[in-house]
Design a protein around this ligand. Sequence first.
Ligand SMILES: [Zn+2]
Length: 148
Amino acid sequence: MLKKVCRDLRQAGTLTDEMKTVLSQTFQKRSDQALVLVEEGKVTRFKFGPSGRTVWAVAGRKGEYQVLPESMFCTCDDYYFRVMGRKKQLCYHLIAQQLAEATGRHRSDSLRDADYEVVTGRHRSDSLRDVDYEVVTARWKPAGADGT
Ligand SMILES: [Zn+2]
């Protein structure tokens, strides 16, 4: 659903009321939180040279998180606890990143490949540090296994 809205967004170049309605029906208050982040310019794309590797950062209420659009992954706690636990589809950082990319409403920063580890290391949350992503994913199945 988010992919469809983003595709329409790219074509229209602007977020129509219809798209907003679809977003809020799908994501409830997270769509509003995401729109606020986009409007406040909290989404940044870091492009590393010469490799051309891209990293997205979204500044949320509690900190700055790294978003990987290709794998629809975010380093925030909400993603870690709820999305992997299948209680939610997406955190609002991912929604914000998708909307910002589709509308072009994001900051851009160019960095050298040598800075890659510094930038990505800064966004890694404690819970994900040194933890292999596949292991984490496996651990959080099925939903509700953590007893909450
Ligand atoms: Zn997130």
